[in-house]
Design a protein around this ligand. Sequence first.
Ligand code: AMP
Length: 249
Amino acid sequence: MKLLISVKRVVDYNVKVRVKADGTGVETNGVKMSMNPFDEIAVEEAVRLKEKGVASEVVAVSMGPPACSETLRTALAMGADRGILVETEVALQPLAVAKLLRALAEREQPGMIILGKQAIDDDMNATGQMLAALLGWPQATFASKLAIEGERAMVTREVDGGLETLELRLPAIVTTDLRLNEPRYASLPNIMKARKKPIETIAPAALGVDPAPRLEIVKVAEPPKRQGGRKVASVAELVEKLTQEAKVI
Ligand code: AMP
C-alpha cells in the first residue's frame, strides 16, 4: 500500500511570531521555518507502517514556494521514499491544498493519505476534512492510534471527554493528533541519503487546479498585551486584592 503524506512548511514552533506592520499577515522574512509538527507525526507514522511491512512506499507532498523542498528533504531524511513539490507563489488556502491533493491522489492511487490535524501557522484544521469530502473517502481526524487490518484501518480518535475508535474502509484520510507518536530525529547518514532521493516539481496548472485564494484576510493583529502579575506579601493582602480589585472576566 502506498501512503501519501502532506508536509507544510510553517514558521518554526519556537519562533515568537510577529505581525507585519501593515496587518496583512505574519512576518516570515528572515524567520526560521520548519515542518509543521503534526506533519512530522504523519511522516513518522507512515515510516513506521513501512518498517512494519504494511506500507510499500511513502510519498511526501509539500505545496508552496521552492523552499518547501527543504521540508520535503526533512521528510525524506525521516524515511519517506520520494517527494512531490507543488510549486506556487500563491498563498494556498485549505480548499486549494485539498484540490491539489485530490489530483495527486487520483494520479498516485494511495491506500491512505495522512495529514496533520492542523497547520500551526493559521490553525485552519480544514484540509483533511475537505480532502475526504472531495474524494468521497472515509476520514478519521485527530488520530492518536492507527492500525491497518487488511483492507481496513482502525483509528482511535481524541474526542471531547475521551477516545473514539473508528473502523475505516481503505482508501481513507487520517489526520494526526499529538499523541499518535513521537517523531524521530533524522540521523546524519539519513540526511545525506535523502539528498539522493527524488523530488518531482509540478505546477498547480499541471494538476488542473486553480490555487487562487477564495478567502480574503481582512486583518491580522497581535493579541492584546497582558498586564504583568504582582506578588502579594501575605494571605491578608491577597484576600484584600481579591475582594477589592479582582474582576470576573
Ligand atoms: P490546515 O487545514 O491548514 O490546518 O492544515 C492541515 C494539514 O493539511 C497540515 O497539517 C498539512 O498536512 C496539510 N497542508 C496544509 N497546507 C499545506 C501545504 N501548503 N503543503 C502541504 N501540506 C499542507
